[in-house]
Design a protein around this ligand. Structure first.
Ligand code: NAP
Ligand code: FER
Length: 328
């Protein structure tokens, strides 16, 4: 019997093993227009923490006792839908489970790019699209400008670093630990800041003595405050995520927020979903970078559905370099 992870209770702070359960789910018979998919790769993403809360958001919270949802790539094993046949590889949102029956119009065949299937959960998928439109569209980062990106060794951040370098920007990345920082530098970053080794602001002042034009925020809190302190005139901040506060109820203190006035900083929050209709533009742009050898892809792979909550929790302790994935 196929298994799925359910949310059993709403986590307080950092989620605990007992907040989740792995349950056997009776497969339903396919209706007309549906496909059955055997999942091969499951995605864990920081946004899932927000959906575990009972809070209003762009999407409904995960229901208690029900399988959770999320990005997945799998193989069609049965089809009652035109245009889908057993063996087709698809991506869809019925993750956190071994098998899914879903309407075919909620699944997409994988684009014809020369990458392995799981790349469509990372650099060529939702996180990659977040990096691409967040940097180029939301922050309007331009060649010659100085870009600071936090969580630079993660899925989104490492893609921001590489797109920015390919577009002729100067890049400063922050990450936790010397090893991750060395990897971020190997991607082309001009300067790296190990935020675990000292205050971010000290590192940023040393890395960018003339300040930054763009801040791509994945972390919030102290990183955001340092970026405010270091912002140049007319800097743009793309607020992508604030992982530092996802498990915390503490208020964020921003000592340098008032700089937004004098430096005329533009701070814009964004959601990748508002840019999904531009997927073709994204695949073309990233396809060109891939063809030019300007994109490296890194994955941290956890094996087996049993380990999925650990993989998810690993996002909050920095267990991943590049995209965190679960392989079934
Ligand atoms: P990721 O960066 O691959 O994984 C999370 C990373 O965050 C960890 O590897 C860890 O790296 C770092 N981290 C965890 N806790 C931290 C803390 N307290 N302070 C500093 N760094 C911390 O995850 P991702 O999928 O690429 O997502 C990155 C960010 O983008 C998240 O904030 C996420 O919510 C956001 N996001 C937003 C959208 C949107 O539509 N707005 C879409 C996708 C993702 P270290 O080892 O370096 O600490
Ligand atoms: C994310 C963090 C937050 C994300 C979405 C949100 C898609 C949305 C939050 C909300 O609607 O309150 O990483 O990724």
């Amino acid at each position: 019997m196929p298994r799925a992870w359910t949310l059993e209770r709403r986590p307080q702070g950092l989620p605990q093993a007992g907040d989740f359960a792995l349950r056997e789910i009776e497969p339903s018979a396919l209706r007309e227009g549906e496909i059955r998919v055997r999942n091969l790769w499951l995605s864990v993403d920081p946004y899932m923490r927000g959906r575990m809360n009972d809070a209003k958001s762009y999407a409904a919270p995960y229901a208690l006792g029900e399988p959770m949802t999320g990005g997945a790539v799998g193989k069609v094993v049965e089809s009652r839908a035109d245009g889908f046949a057993p063996g087709d590889l698809v991506q869809h949102m019925r993750g956190w489970r071994e098998e899914a029956a879903l309407p075919a119009d909620e699944a997409q065949k994988l684009p014809a790019l020369d990458v392995p299937p799981q790349a469509f959960l990372g650099q060529l998928g939702m996180p990659g699209m977040t990096a691409y439109f967040g940097l180029l569209d939301v922050a309007e980062a331009k060649p010659g400008e100085t870009v600071f990106v936090s969580a630079a060794a993660g899925a989104v951040g490492s893609t921001v670093v590489q797109i920015a370098k390919a577009k002729g920007m100067t890049v400063i990345g922050s990450a936790g630990g010397a090893e991750k920082c060395a990897w971020v530098r190997s991607l082309g970053a001009d300067q790296v800041i190990d935020y675990k080794a000292g205050p971010v602001l000290d590192g940023l002042r040393a890395a960018a003595p003339d300040g930054i034009d763009v801040y791509f925020d994945n972390v919030g809190a102290g990183h955001l405050d340092a970026a405010l302190a270091a912002a140049r005139l007319h800097a743009r901040f793309a607020i992508c995520g604030m992982i530092d506060v996802y498990n915390s109820a503490e208020p964020t203190r921003l000592r340098y927020l008032a700089r937004v006035i004098g430096a005329r900083i533009r701070i814009t929050g964004f959601l990748v979903f508002d840019h999904m209709h531009r997927a073709d533009e994204f695949y073309r742009g990233m396809g060109a970078l891939l063809a030019a050898g300007q994109l490296r892809r890194e994955e941290t792979v956890v094996d087996g559905i049993e380990a999925m909550p650990d993989a998810f929790l690993g996002l909050f302790s920095g267990a991943n370099t590049g995209k965190m994935l679960v392989r079934l």
